[in-house]
Structures are given as structure tokens and as C-alpha cells.
Design a protein around this ligand. Structure first.
Ligand SMILES: Cc1ncc(COP(=O)(O)O)c(C=O)c1O
Length: 285
């Protein structure tokens, strides 16, 4: 039985209830995090909390809980669920209102909800156990504050369905200038002539914790050339490797885009080394 946290209580997930007058339900007026925890140890929890604070500030939502209190509740949630391998979903909305109206006041009490879901630890970097992805490409039609980790994900949901409808598992998104932004649920890295390229952060990209961790790990453990700059559609098309990054996947190789193989059509050698760094990082914390 999965135990969830809801507004101060630990309850069976199936019994957790919120009001339909919660602004999270009415407007998607809330923010969230997905934080991996392996055997009771969170990955990059400080980065997740920093981004959560930025997202809350981005939507002008104040909460009373300190980071220490949030960590204590997340720890307790994992403990109550058996401290296995979890993705912990944490959502904070603007809470319940009496009247549905767009404008908000600071009056409502935020709703805080969290629950864990089971995940498998990502690959150790060996191509044999890589979770490979196929992707399609589309023009990014989401809003211009994708840097906020908002629960209002309809744009991402519709883009993901474009992938699913084409028999793929992700969609690589490009802005009007044909430059890569990100994927529906991941950031993106490419390998081009041996260099690692990823778009710079701006309002059109979620500042992924895994992206940040990947840049940290590459800087600390490799002498690879890494460029943070606009990545064109042509560069993506001719990339030797494409990696997706997200908290539950770490780095996942994209082996096909729009029906064409990426590089050899297999997980690439640089992906393998970079994912190995994540694996070692997870073990050595
Ligand atoms: C749109 C989008 N971009 C990027 C990411 C990757 O972020 P993170 O590495 O923090 O999981 C996600 C993860 O959910 C996402 O939804």
C-alpha cells in the first residue's frame, strides 16, 4: 500500500482527497518536483529544493515550510513506504478557494501533496541495459515560462501524444528559429564532432536537475569539450549521439529520430561513459 503525504497527514494514497475547488485542479495553479530516492538516499535534493523555491517564486506562491521541514516530510514519506527505489512526486498548489476566479490573493492555504512511485535505478552505462528512446521532432508550442516547473503541463502532454501517435517515446522540440529547446519531459544533449552540446537555459527550457548534474559530472571527471549554446535542427539531424536527461532516467540514448537512426542506431560511446559517471555518483554518495 502506497502512503501519501497530504497537508500534514500521512494517508493511504487511495484515501487521499482534495477539493475540486483547489486551484491546482481548477487552473493547474501549482508547481512540482520529481525527486529520485534510491534506498532512502535522495539524488541532488539540494538542486531540487532550489528549483522548487524558484518555481514557487515564479508563480508568487509563498509556503510556511522551511527546506528542513520539506526534507523531513520527504524522508518520513520514504521511510513509511519502505525506503526502496522511488521517484517522489511533490506538488504544491495555491490551495482551495471559495470562488473560481483567475486572480489570486495571498489568503489561500497552499496544498502540499507528495507520494512515491517505484522506479528502477537507471543504467550503469553498459549499452546492453540502456533504456533506448525513439523520438519525433516538432515545433515547440508551449508557453514562454517553461523554466517554471508548473503542474500546467497540457502543452507537454499534447506534444508527448504526438510522439506516441507516431510510435515514438519522446518528442524533440524546436523554437521558431529551428533551435532545440528540450523534449516533452526531458532536457537534451547532443554529441556533434565529439563535442557535447546543450541549449542554454532561458524561459523556454526547464532547468533540469539532471542537466545540471550532468554538466557538473562532465566538468569534474572528463576533459570533454562541452558547449552551452543554441543547437540547430541541422546539428540535431546529423548528431552522432543524442541523450535525454531527466531525474528518473538520468541519461537515456535516443537511437532514432523521425524514423532515421541517430549515429550507428545504438547507444553511443560517450553516452556510455557519461551514464557511467551518474552510476558511480549514485553509489558513492
Ligand atoms: C519539460 C521537462 N524538461 C526537462 C526535464 C528534466 O528535469 P529533471 O532533470 O530535473 O528531472 C523534465 C522532467 O520532468 C521535464 O518535464
Amino acid at each position: 500500500m502506497t502512503i501519501a503525504y497530504l497537508n500534514g497527514d500521512f494517508v493511504p494514497l487511495t484515501e487521499a482527497r482534495i477539493s475540486p475547488m483547489d486551484r491546482g485542479f481548477l487552473f493547474g495553479d501549482g508547481v512540482y518536483e520529481v525527486i529520485p530516492s534510491y534506498q532512502g538516499q535522495f539524488v541532488a535534493l539540494d538542486y531540487h529544493l532550489e528549483r522548487l523555491r524558484n518555481s514557487l517564486e515564479g508563480i508568487d506562491l509563498a509556503i510556511n515550510q522551511s527546506d528542513e521541514q520539506l526534507v523531513a516530510l520527504l524522508d518520513e514519506l520514504c521511510r513509511q513506504n519502505g525506503s526502496g527505489d522511488h521517484g517522489v512526486y511533490l506538488q504544491i498548489t495555491r490551495g482551495v478557494v471559495e470562488k473560481r476566479q483567475h486572480a489570486f490573493s495571498a489568503e489561500s492555504t497552499p496544498t502540499i501533496f507528495a507520494y512515491p512511485f517505484t522506479i528502477a535505478p537507471p543504467s550503469d552505462g553498459s549499452p546492453a541495459n540502456a533504456a533506448c528512446f525513439t523520438a519525433v521532432t516538432r515545433t515547440d508550442k508551449r508557453w514562454s515560462r517553461c523554466d517554471i516547473k508548473s503542474t500546467a503541463l497540457l502543452g507537454n502532454v499534447l506534444h508527448m501524444m504526438e510522439a506516441v501517435d507516431d510510435g515514438a517515446q519522446e518528442v524533440l522540440l524546436f523554437n521558431q528559429r529551428d533551435e532545440l529547446t528540450e523534449a516533452a519531459a526531458c532536457n537534451v544533449f547532443i554529441v556533434d564532432a565529439g563535442k557535447i552540446l546543450t541549449p542554454a537555459l532561458d524561459h523556454h527550457i526547464l532547468p533540469g536537475v539532471t542537466r545540471r548534474l550532468c554538466l557538473d559530472l562532465l566538468a569534474a571527471h572528463t576533459n570533454w569539450s562541452v558547449e552551452i549554446r543554441p543547437v540547430t535542427r541541422a546539428e540535431v539531424r546529423s548528431a552522432e549521439e543524442i541523450w535525454l536527461s531527466s531525474s528518473t532516467k538520468e541519461l537515456a540514448p535516443v537511437i532514432q529520430i523521425d524514423g532515421q537512426p541517430v549515429g550507428s542506431g545504438q547507444p553511443g560511446p560517450l553516452w556510455s561513459q557519461a551514464q557511467r559517471l551518474f552510476h558511480l555518483y549514485r553509489f558513492n554518495r
